[in-house]
Design a binder for this molecule. Structure first.
Ligand SMILES: Cc1cc2nc3c(=O)[nH]c(=O)nc-3n(C[C@H](O)[C@H](O)[C@H](O)COP(=O)(O)OP(=O)(O)OC[C@H]3O[C@@H](n4cnc5c(N)ncnc54)[C@H](O)[C@@H]3O)c2cc1C
Length: 203
């Protein structure tokens, strides 16, 4: 993605050769980004959207590194809340909201999570888990994410728990509590989508 006329989102060999020639021919660019993972693609998009000219150099392929091997959670910041980092927790919830409702609803989905009430899960663990889900729901509400995207936590009966997770053992099962978070359908596709948007945005 580079200087010159407004570009298309096409990332192909022709474009690569054209931009490589420009770069080696002495064209100046404002920013050189090394690495086409989610960070590099995001930086390139941010810069391009501010009107800067950008080159993104990737040694292998877009999302070649950890960005294609993540656990695909688009989490809403609960883990940061647990460590007392309220600002980062809020930012995570807001970013999740934007991904799921505006920028990439086609690449994200709702991920139900069940804390089953089985033998071995103590009352304290249940209570802490349930409080965690409700705190997570508080972050959802702070970010303004609608309940149809991320439904609120609720208690599940044993039948509902098994219907959701058929591999769950019924022995000693007394239902559970269900919370929701965001999940990427495919983390590499998100990187490609960001890179293509940057390519489209570039001058
Ligand atoms: C097991 C696991 C699970 C995770 N789960 C989650 C999750 O659920 N949710 C979440 O948000 N995050 C998760 N993460 C974190 C997330 O995956 C990373 O924070 C993110 O992928 C980092 O992206 P990046 O672009 O910085 O690095 P990378 O994706 O590793 O990208 C670096 C890129 O740079 C390229 N490169 C390296 N050297 C050069 C060079 N000299 N020249 C040109 N190119 C170069 C590489 O080929 C690579 O494509 C997880 C991470 C791991 C490992």
């Amino acid at each position: 993605m580079n200087t010159g006329v407004r570009s298309s989102a096409m990332l192909n060999a022709t474009r690569r050769i054209r931009e490589w020639d420009r770069m080696t021919g002495g064209d100046e660019v404002d920013l050189l980004v090394i690495g086409g993972g989610v960070t590099g693609a995001g930086v390139a998009l941010d810069a391009a959207s501010r009107g800067l000219s950008v080159i993104l150099a990737e040694a292998h392929d877009l999302a070649f590194g950890t960005s294609r091997w993540s656990s695909k959670l688009v989490h809403g910041g609960l883990r940061y809340l647990a460590s007392g980092d309220v600002a980062v927790a809020r930012e995570s919830a807001v970013e999740r909201h934007l991904l799921m409702t505006r920028t990439a609803p086609h690449l994200t989905r709702t991920l139900p999570q069940l804390l089953p009430f089985v033998q071995g899960v103590s009352t304290t663990q249940r209570t802490v888990g349930e409080i965690g889900f409700w705190l997570g729901d508080g972050l959802r509400r702070v970010a303004g994410t609608p309940g149809r995207v991320l439904p609120r936590p609720h208690r599940a009966s044993p039948a509902e728990a098994v219907a959701m997770f058929p591999a769950l053992s019924r022995r000693g099962l007394r239902g559970g509590v269900v919370g929701t978070d965001g999940q990427l359908v495919d983390d590499a596709r998100l990187v490609v989508a960001i890179a293509r948007t940057a390519a489209r945005t570039a001058r």
